[in-house]
Design a protein around this ligand. Structure first.
Ligand code: S3P
Length: 169
């Protein structure tokens, strides 16, 4: 088993922010799979979706998963909301699922100072209705692949950090 920690969960739940907080606290390296894919393709996720479609993007997620499982160790890996579907997730590391209600996610995204940007970069978050359907279809699956579920709603980053560090150490 690899010693990576994979942060999974729905769009906007705070995977990237938590990864940055873990880095700050532990000095571990972190990788984000959306960033990895954007640098591999030299274009933004929203353009990959628009130009080549979701299936193409999912193949890139699988390609990234294969690379991570063979080459990366002792790293915090934050992933896109649909990455949990790759067929070798468990070979990459320990899976931490960040859980929040859809309402709290929506509230966070819509009320963010950069809400427009947050929505624009997420092609699967076009409308709250579409996003809620996706959330409902995934929620049980996130829980079922996770080694650890952390409820992040109404908690400070410090509190979430404490819980994740307890699990890591
Ligand atoms: C997706 C989530 C996005 C990104 C892509 C697809 C999804 O990442 O990978 O737009 O299927 O939920 P975030 O979860 O970081 O927003």
């Amino acid at each position: 088993m690899k010693s990576n920690i994979i942060l999974i969960g729905f769009m906007g739940v705070g995977k990237g922010s938590l990864a940055r907080a873990i880095v700050k606290e532990t000095g571990m390296f972190a990788i984000d799979t959306d960033d990895l894919i954007e640098s591999l393709e030299n274009r933004k996720i929203k353009n990959i979706f628009a130009e080549d479609g979701e299936g193409y993007f999912r193949n890139l997620e699988q390609k990234s998963a294969n690379w991570l499982s063979e080459n990366v160790d002792n790293t915090i890996i934050s992933v896109g909301g649909g990455f949990y579907k790759v067929d070798n997730l468990k070979n990459i590391g320990k899976i931490v699922y960040l859980h929040s209600s859809f309402e709290a996610i929506l509230d966070k995204i819509v009320n963010a100072t950069n809400a427009k940007k947050k929505l624009k970069k997420r092609p699967l978050f076009k409308t709250p209705k579409q996003a809620k359907e996706l959330y409902d279809s995934r929620i049980d699956l996130y829980k079922s692949v996770a080694d650890k579920t952390i409820i992040v709603e109404n908690k400070s980053t410090e509190q979430i950090l404490k819980e994740v560090l307890k699990f890591i150490e």
